[in-house]
Design a protein around this ligand. Structure first.
Ligand code: SF4
Length: 357
């Protein structure tokens, strides 16, 4: 096997994801009318561009870094690496493929991993047992919950992957933001030592500025979502969750939100609803059915039920101060990280939920 194939074979599941996205995109192009599920079409276009670029980088041999979805992908832009979300890749494969990644859940279950831990890591764990992943390092915060953190020692002790852990405090207050900001800085330096790179915080700052811009666009979009009928289709929710995981910190994320916003503005002006008529408005305090997102379309078209947001995409944060100094930068990053979906709710469930309403 030549070195290029060997390099890209370090992330076989990510290549599977690219195949699944390209096939879905082809179906969308060939079967749906121009106006059908635009968020799916737009989201796939933007994500495919980024995943192709990542796979090209993997071919060149840059380090592969696995990260927990609760560790923001844009923070890893301080390195020349391919960041792979442990939870996201198998979840989105589950969304796009008929049989999902059940095989790998069975493999890790048969290996003896406790069934009651978070399901989100199990796909990647089974894939690692099959040697489909070869990570150079992994990084995770001690969040959102024990059930998720408990699976990460598997990667360290069974697969011998260097594991960097950023300690996140439970309470959300000034002292905690300062502490977690320090933890973020330390953990990025530790990750740099493992992969042999010095973190380039100027490069990271640019990715954070991209995400500040995305936040503004998201705020504008959520203002429009208050309108009746909702100007987004339900599938926007899982697609935007995928975008946060896969294209954060890249110009493609800005392009995704600009294009969605244009459609939402036009629907808002014309009082158009994707499904025809909005009869019910719902918010989902936890997750959507990622294993079958066609439910979103069914709710829109058959029930006239709009899903305004779910736990993953109602993800609004103050812009990170990228101009003042390094301490303010990491403080803002910590605040944003501690308000991240599931982390925000893991301290207490109902108050953040009531605030969101
Ligand atoms: S709260 Fe999130 S991370 Fe924790 S078990 Fe549930 S899905 Fe997994």
């Amino acid at each position: 096997m030549n070195s290029t194939s060997k390099n890209e074979n370090r992330i076989v599941p990510y290549k599977m994801l690219l195949d699944a996205m390209e096939t879905t995109y082809e179906l969308v192009e060939k079967i749906l009318p121009e106006t059908g599920i635009p968020s799916l079409r737009i989201g796939l276009e933007e994500m495919i561009t980024v995943v192709r670029r990542d796979i090209e980088k993997a071919r060149e041999g840059v380090p592969i870094v696995g990260y927990h979805f609760a560790f923001q992908a844009d923070y890893l832009k301080c390195f020349d690496c391919v960041p792979i979300c442990i939870e996201g890749v198998s979840y989105f494969l589950g969304t796009l493929l008929m049989n999902g990644v059940e095989k790998y859940y069975d493999i890790i279950g048969n290996w003896g991993h406790p069934f009651h831990t978070c399901s989100a890591q199990k796909g990647a764990m089974g894939m690692s047992l099959e040697n489909l992943y070869h990570f150079d390092a992994m990084i995770t915060p001690t969040a959102p919950c024990d059930s998720t953190c408990a699976s990460y020692p598997f990667f360290k002790f069974e697969k011998n992957i260097p594991l960097i852990i950023a300690d996140m405090p439970f309470l959300h207050d000034e002292k905690s933001y300062k502490y977690y900001g320090e933890q973020l800085k330390l953990s990025l330096h530790s990750l740099g030592e493992v992969i042999g790179q010095e973190p380039d915080f100027d490069k990271m700052r640019k990715a954070l500025e991209v995400e500040n811009e995305v936040s503004k666009l998201r705020m504008e979009l959520f203002d429009l979502i208050k309108a009746v009928p909702s100007p987004i289709e339900n599938i926007f929710n899982p697609i935007s969750a995928a975008a946060t995981i896969i294209i954060s910190g890249t110009p493609e994320n800005i392009s995704f939100y600009r294009r969605i916003l244009d459609i939402a503005k036009s629907r808002y002006k014309n009082k158009e609803h994707h499904g025809g008529e909005e009869k019910i408005r719902s918010i989902w305090p936890y997750m959507l059915t990622f294993f079958d997102i066609s439910l979103c379309e069914w709710l829109d078209r058959k029930m006239g039920m709009s899903v305004l947001f779910d736990i993953f995409n109602y993800n609004l944060s103050d812009p990170v101060d990228t101009k003042t100094d390094i301490d303010s930068l990491f403080y803002g990053m910590a605040r944003k990280a501690m308000g991240w979906p599931m982390i925000k709710q893991s301290t207490e469930f109902y108050y953040p939920f009531l605030d969101d309403c």
